[in-house]
Design a binder for this molecule. Structure first.
Ligand code: HEM
Length: 421
């Protein structure tokens, strides 16, 4: 091991190999090495620099890197990053398609779930008729869709089918390259367990989707109850999709974007904390939005900023026990989402205002600006969706907007991340 460390360090000293070494972040980070090399130009610092090179490499070899990407072998870094970003993009697509599926009331049209057999849609007239007959047995048709024709059924079936097939394709786009990259040795040691977690989350996402759909297929307890999926399950399904997306995006960025060596100032430390909080604020607001969507609570008060002519509607705590209002009373659920969203919007603008005072590299500055601009767009889209009684195109854009906002929060946090030791 010692000879390995010494060899790595002496490589650092040889300027002939400088370019090679600077390119490889597997042992020393790029700018750390550059600093060491420049300090070697001064003879008085040469010895201590060599020692710190040795110490740094020894720590790396003994402890392992704090970042999976920093530890990954150079070969394949970029391609692994592009693959992870593609998976993130596909999760984004799944969220948007899922939103359209829900908004077009298509989500309960497929009443069975099978991983392989479910991939074959009905083709003949007989198969379509049988599928439609099966759908008629479930509460949504009985309560809501009595006028639905076979053609109409084919339309709603289309969105649910696309959503499920898209989910399966994410599985393939994730799993096949993962196997290939593992065999090629492109995946670092630290990345391996993470890939196992992402794979499990993907499987869990599909199962959770079916668990959610099942809640909309069961018979209703009374005739006034509207057949729809449980808002708790919808929020979990959406929340886990956001988490999966965030993980892919973060890791993809880590493989592609070299980290900045930011100064260790209090301003940067505070901005870093604020950026971390921004991700959680957006996520939390999005989950509260999922409750609005799950209960069609966007249709109970369609005025803004007041709800009808009140700041606090009178039925806000109508249910007993009181905690139920936060999850099951459409008025409270909408009230919460609007105010969480406004607070989040203000918080993001506050972060931007603070970031103006902090010297930042251009990429980080761009991320802060993008986050602030998107917060205005997203709040505007939410208000517009509400005032126009939740039309599909606006509601789907608002949902996609929440992921864009989360992406910018992740990007900013990523730009400010600590330099891997
Ligand atoms: C930070 C800002 C915001 C974020 C991150 C956000 C996020 C979300 C999310 C994720 C959904 C669920 C979409 C779905 O599952 O289909 C949603 C729904 C909704 N949001 Fe927001 N939202 C924000 C701001 C607002 C504002 C300011 C309003 C209005 C005052 C608003 C009104 C709505 C409405 C009415 C829905 C239900 C739409 C539907 O039924 O599809 N949102 N929001």
């Amino acid at each position: 091991m010692l000879s390995h460390i010494a060899a790595a360090s002496s490589r650092c000293l040889r300027t002939g190999l400088q370019a090679n070494f600077l390119n490889s972040r597997s042992i020393l980070s790029e700018s750390a090495c550059r600093n060491r090399l420049s300090s070697l130009a001064k003879p008085s610092q040469g010895k201590s620099s060599l020692l710190s090179c040795v110490r740094c490499n020894a720590q790396k070899l003994l402890r392992g890197s704090s970042s999976a990407a920093a530890e990954a072998p150079l070969k394949g870094q970029k391609v692994v990053g592009s693959w992870l970003l593609t998976c993130a993009g596909m999760c984004f697509g799944a969220v948007v398609i899922g939103g359209i599926t829900r908004l077009t009331e298509s989500g309960l049209s497929m009443t069975q779930w099978h991983l392989v057999k479910g991939m074959k849609p009905p083709r003949t007239d007989e198969e379509w008729a049988a599928e439609f007959e099966r759908y008629k047995q479930f509460p949504e048709y009985k309560f809501l869709e009595r006028d639905l024709t076979l053609e109409g059924f084919k339309n709603i079936f289309f969105w649910e089918y696309i959503h499920r097939m898209w989910g399966r394709s994410i599985g393939l786009v994730f799993a096949l390259p993962a196997i290939y990259f593992l065999r090629k040795g492109y995946i670092s040691k630290a990345m391996k367990p993470r890939l196992a977690i992402y794979g499990s989350l993907l499987v869990g996402q599909g199962l959770l989707g079916w668990y959610m759909v099942k809640s909309g297929l069961k018979d209703k307890s009374n005739e006034h109850e509207i057949p729809r999926v449980s808002q708790y399950r919808l929020a979990s399904h959406l929340g886990s999709a956001f988490i999966l997306y965030a993980l892919f995006l973060w890791q993809g960025l880590s493989h592609i974007l070299p980290p900045h060596q930011l100064p260790k100032t209090r301003q940067i430390a505070l901005l870093r904390k604020l950026a971390h909080s921004s991700m959680f604020a957006v996520f939390f607001t999005a989950i509260s939005g999922a409750f609005v969507a799950g209960m069609d609570a966007g249709l109970v008060y369609n005025t803004w900023p007041k709800m009808a002519d009140k700041w606090i509607p009178s039925d806000i705590l109508a249910f007993e026990p009181k905690w139920k209002n936060f999850f099951e009373n459409a008025t409270t659920v909408q009230f919460n989402h609007r105010h969480f969203a406004e607070a989040t919007g203000a918080f993001l603008l506050g972060i931007w205002a603070y970031s103006r005072k902090v010297p930042l590299p251009p990429r980080a500055r761009m991320a802060a600006n993008a986050l602030a601009a998107m917060s205005l767009v997203q709040v505007g889209l939410g208000v517009w969706t509400l005032l126009s009684f939740v039309p599909t195109h606006l509601a789907a854009t608002h949902q996609g907007g929440s992921l864009v906002l989360l992406s910018f929060a992740i990007w900013l946090t990523h730009e400010l991340r600590r330099f891997p030791k």
